[in-house]
Design a protein around this ligand. Structure first.
Ligand code: 5GP
Ligand code: MN
Length: 331
């Protein structure tokens, strides 16, 4: 079913279902922020809600989930439930078991990825939105209006502000709109813990992160002055005692170089499995490139997994980016 925020509100109000809130694999700030905000909101509305995600929370986002239990799929024992998938552009990326997914009464999808194909029974998708947190904010504001009661408290505001700042790169990326600032203002007035968010997420990198970063920057490679890539192997992660999910911030180093249009981070997950992150600055649609490798994302930030060695994955993705650059108009 196509977009309809009111149908989602109606369903939430009318149903006796239990709810599972979840998101995509490799969690980031918008993933956890939007899921947790929805979890708190549904709890407040008297629903029985479980937060399920079969992946690990990055170190710098742990402060958000200290007080709650994120369940793994095998810990869930529900019969009559619907799933709310947040910030997940692809049904295959929803990070819980196939069994839980198959037995859900309804799937409600709230998302802002350009590659989303409206896989939910109910969808609220806006690819221009800064973040899924902005969509959850809109939905909760509508809900508040319809019931004349306040839902967004300090905790929910903190979650939503987290997704907003992480997905806009601190209000820098092109998905930052006037509505993003309006929402930020309102969330701050509602008690979002801005300073804690900034310190925990952007100013608490462990020493090991910098050792890894040094090694990673040594692999920096620039092709035609326009494509930059960095490789992180599993040996590098092991040597520097840092987790796979804790190095995503390194992606921006590839894009932030003068003249570079497309930045690529290649992270080796296991042998012959490489997670690729793509970023563009001005004109290349990296979501399309990611989709050609069965991935997806946004025009300026996307990702995919390539099943080969890191060197081979690099060759393949650089080749695709070169082609995309040749096909683009230079304005
Ligand atoms: P990142 O590079 O930070 O992992 O992801 C950038 C954006 O692309 C995020 O919005 C993320 O959800 C999306 N993305 C990353 N990897 C994949 C993938 O394999 N498939 C899809 N559909 N989206 C992805
Ligand atoms: Mn997002």
């Amino acid at each position: 079913m196509k977009n309809n925020i009111n149908n989602i509100i109606k369903y939430l109000k009318g149903s006796n279902d239990d709810f599972i809130v979840t998101s995509h694999i490799s969690p980031d700030g918008d993933n956890i922020g939007s899921t947790l905000a929805m979890y708190y909101a549904l709890n407040k509305l008297g629903k029985n809600v479980s937060y399920v995600l079969d992946d690990n929370t990055p170190q710098n986002l742990k402060f958000l989930v200290e007080d709650i239990k994120i369940l793994k799929s095998e810990e869930v024992n529900l019969n009559n439930y619907s799933i709310i998938a947040l910030d997940c552009g692809d049904k295959n990326r929803i990070c819980l078991s196939q069994e839980l997914l198959n037995n859900a009464k309804k799937i409600i999808c709230i998302d802002h990825h350009a590659s989303n194909d409206y896989y939910g029974d109910f969808n609220y998708i806006d690819i221009d939105a800064s973040s899924t947190c902005e969509l959850v904010y809109n939905l909760l504001m509508e809900y508040e209006k319809s019931e004349s009661k306040n839902i967004i408290d300090e905790d929910i505001a903190t979650c939503l502000y987290t997704g907003l700042v992480t997905d806009t790169g601190n209000f820098v990326y092109s998905n930052t709109h006037p509505s993003s600032f309006e929402m930020a203002k309102d969330l701050l007035l509602k008690g979002a813990k801005k300073d804690t968010i900034i310190q925990k997420i952007f100013q608490s990198n462990p020493y090991n992160y910098y050792k890894l970063l040094g090694e990673a920057l040594n692999t920096l490679d620039i092709v035609d002055g326009k494509i930059a890539s960095i490789m992180i192997t599993k040996e590098m992660l092991k040597r520097n005692v840092i987790s796979f999910n804790d190095v995503d911030g390194i992606t921006s180093y590839t894009r932030d170089i003068e003249g570079v249009e497309v930045g690529i981070l290649l992270k080796e997950k296991k042998e012959n499995e490489v997670k690729v992150s793509l970023r563009s600055k001005n004109y290349v649609d990296v979501s399309k490139i990611a989709q050609s490798f069965n991935g997806g994302g946004h025009i300026r930030a996307a990702g995919c997994t390539i099943y080969s060695s890191v060197e081979d994955a690099k060759k393949k993705i650089v080749e695709a980016v070169v082609k995309a650059l040749q096909g683009e108009k230079y304005e």
